[in-house]
Design a protein around this ligand. Structure first.
Ligand SMILES: Cc1cc2nc3c(=O)[nH]c(=O)nc-3n(C[C@H](O)[C@H](O)[C@H](O)COP(=O)(O)O)c2cc1C
Length: 178
């Protein structure tokens, strides 16, 4: 199975990177092909909302690093979104990539996949990730993708906070069960 991991943090060695590492290990150990893309390192323009793609067979006005993502998102069986919580949602770096799915919406909605969510945040409130989870569930519903599963690491400001927690193991288990 092909697994596409899209990470959204600007920190390559941060909290969510550690969780993404665990998902990768679990998925690779199970024999999956894993493609991991750090969206914060890419040159991806935010969608202009010009609708050029609608009249031009899904071609965007921007010729940027989304061209690295489109082939993988179309052929992946599972997609894992990995993001720190930024103001109760995903990071802008990841969101700008998801907005650019718009150009290939019809194709994506016809391609069954499972979507997973891995997130970390500093707060310990059990509601801290509610808005993010609703967004994830709504994406699944709109795209006709299945909800695969999620790991929500609350109380995790830094990767140090993960050390004595179950979250790394939960992320590895998720990778093994994709
Ligand atoms: C701009 C910004 C917004 C944040 N917003 C929230 C938030 O709404 N709730 C929360 O609990 N933590 C918030 N945090 C903390 C991060 O989610 C947390 O530190 C996370 O572990 C960072 O992950 P990373 O190291 O992978 O980037 C925010 C951090 C930043 C820099």
């Amino acid at each position: 199975m092909k697994v596409l991991i899209l990470t959204g943090s600007p920190h390559s060695r941060g909290t969510t990177a550690l969780l993404a590492d665990e998902v990768c290990v679990g998925a690779k150990d199970t024999g999956h092909e894993v493609i991991r893309i750090e969206t914060a390192k890419l040159n991806v323009h935010p969608c202009l909302g010009c609708y050029h793609c609608r009249d031009n067979d899904g071609r965007c006005v921007y010729d940027d690093d989304m061209t690295q993502i489109y082939p993988h998102i179309l052929t992946a069986d599972a997609v894992v979104l990995v993001t720190p919580l930024y103001y109760f949602g995903m990071t802008a770096q990841l969101k700008r990539v998801i907005d650019r799915f718009f150009a290939i919406n019809p194709l994506l909605r016809k391609t069954p996949k499972r979507l997973y969510l891995i997130a970390a945040c500093g707060d310990k409130d059990d509601w801290a990730m509610d808005a993010l989870v609703i967004h994830y569930q709504t994406l699944c519903r709109y795209l006709n993708w299945q909800e695969g599963g999620k790991v929500l690491a609350i109380g995790a400001y830094t990767r140090e906070d993960l050390k004595d927690s179950d979250y790394p193991k939960l992320a590895r288990d998720l990778g093994m069960e994709l």
